[in-house]
Design a protein around this ligand. Structure first.
Ligand SMILES: NC(=O)c1ccc[n+]([C@@H]2O[C@H](COP(=O)([O-])OP(=O)(O)OC[C@H]3O[C@@H](n4cnc5c(N)ncnc54)[C@H](OP(=O)(O)O)[C@@H]3O)[C@@H](O)[C@H]2O)c1
Length: 351
């Protein structure tokens, strides 16, 4: 048995979350490893899933195990694992079938994992995977090139923070523009933003009219196209997901009933139609819009983040660290649901 943070039902109230004893996960494929968890970080998908928001695509059995991001030490490896051995320090965003990283142990496919650079601690490593990969893949999808001007909304949220750092150090953007609330303005400049708009004081779509070569929306604002130059690319990770995104959450080993498949098909049509309507401003301005959903990829994580972490160019901001207790997990989710974290929210499982 092992301890893992769970919810016994879909709920909007983190008071329902509890650390429970469950049968310890076992390796079910030769490419998997077992990790002794040291830290986990929270992402909005954790509370959205606990609220049942992806249940139409993924009707999982209860109790739901919580947490996608992990850092820790490899304790066992399958026969075909090539990149890791027992004792290695690793971090990653686990695939959907292994979700449940707020736990003493987790099983993950090696393809989801990267080695933690020597000087980097478990909390910093756990902060990176989901939000960091999302930022990287979104800026890549936007085609950001050296010297260009990029706009990132919500620059001190999980995704926004990594997008600012990557825009500066990985993509070599010329100007990096972001929006934050008043208390975060100075911190956003420290992280590399060259222009910061306090969205609580100014309408950013007016003061930043048509300035950006690439736009990354992390807050879900359908008017963000106003910031983009005509003919440029805008990528959102936070607007209404499209039908492809709903398919992303499917798992082959969790079959849908005939009625479940019908409902999913209908939901995909509804979100595609609603998305088409929501994005009419982008089309009218000739801004190419795409919604992306991150792909779990340990090698991308290693390539994109290990050099920045190892050199000290990137030190992930930690909003708060909570203990691995019922109260700690509930408080961490309460902060995450409020939507105003400064950087990442961590649950420390072991020292
Ligand atoms: N598609 C994907 O694969 C994917 C992956 C990761 C995340 N996401 C989604 O992306 C969104 C952001 O995720 P996250 O991890 O960055 O969330 P987060 O860590 O909770 O950060 C949210 C940030 O948004 C800022 N914010 C709130 N309202 C704002 C506004 N009107 N203008 C500018 N900033 C505002 C908040 O800062 P203030 O305190 O300044 O308001 C906060 O820092 C979520 O909806 C999440 O579900 C999608």
């Amino acid at each position: 048995m092992y301890k893992v943070a769970t919810t016994a039902r879909y709920t909007h109230d983190p008071a329902g979350f509890k650390i429970t004893e469950q049968p310890r996960p076992v390796l079910t494929a030769a490419t998997q490893v077992e990790i002794e968890v040291h830290a986990a970080s929270l992402n909005p998908i954790d509370f959205k899933r606990a609220e049942g928001m992806i249940s139409i695509a993924l009707p999982e059995p209860f109790p739901l195990k919580l947490g996608y991001d992990v850092s820790g030490i490899v304790t066992a490896v399958g026969a075909d694992v090539k990149r890791f051995k027992a004792g290695d320090r690793v971090y990653g965003r686990v695939h959907a079938e292994h979700v449940g990283t707020i736990a003493e142990y987790v099983v993950a496919d090696e393809s989801a994992l990267a080695p933690i650079p020597a000087a980097v601690g478990y909390k910093a490593a756990a902060a990176v995977p989901l939000a960091g990969l999302t930022a990287k893949q979104a800026l890549e999808a936007g085609g950001l090139e050296r010297g260009q001007t990029v706009f990132v909304s919500g620059g001190l949220g999980g995704v926004g923070m990594f997008a600012l750092a990557l825009a500066k150090h990985h993509f070599g953007a010329g100007e990096i523009i972001t929006t934050v609330s008043t208390a975060k303005v100075d911190k956003a400049r420290e992280l590399g933003a060259t222009r910061v708009v306090d969205y609580t004081k100014e309408d950013y779509t007016t003061v930043l009219d048509s300035v950006a070569d690439v736009v990354l929306d992390t807050v879900g604002d359908a008017t963000v196209y106003k910031v983009a130059k005509p003919g440029s690319n805008a990528v959102s990770v936070a607007m209404l997901p499209d039908g492809r995104a709903l398919d992303h959450f499917r798992q082959e080993n969790v079959p849908l009933s005939a009625f479940g498949s019908f409902k999913l098909g209908l939901a995909k049509r509804v979100v595609d139609c609603a998305g088409w309507f929501l994005t009419r401003g982008f089309r009218a301005k000739n801004v190419r819009y795409s919604f992306i959903i991150l792909q779990c990829d340990g090698e991308d994580l290693e390539r994109s983040f290990n050099p920045l972490l190892a050199s000290g160019a990137l030190t992930p901001l930690i909003s708060n660290t909570y203990p691995f207790t019922d109260e700690g997990v509930r408080a961490a989710f309460t902060e995450s649901r409020a939507g105003h974290a400064t950087g990442k929210i961590i649950i420390k499982v072991r020292d």
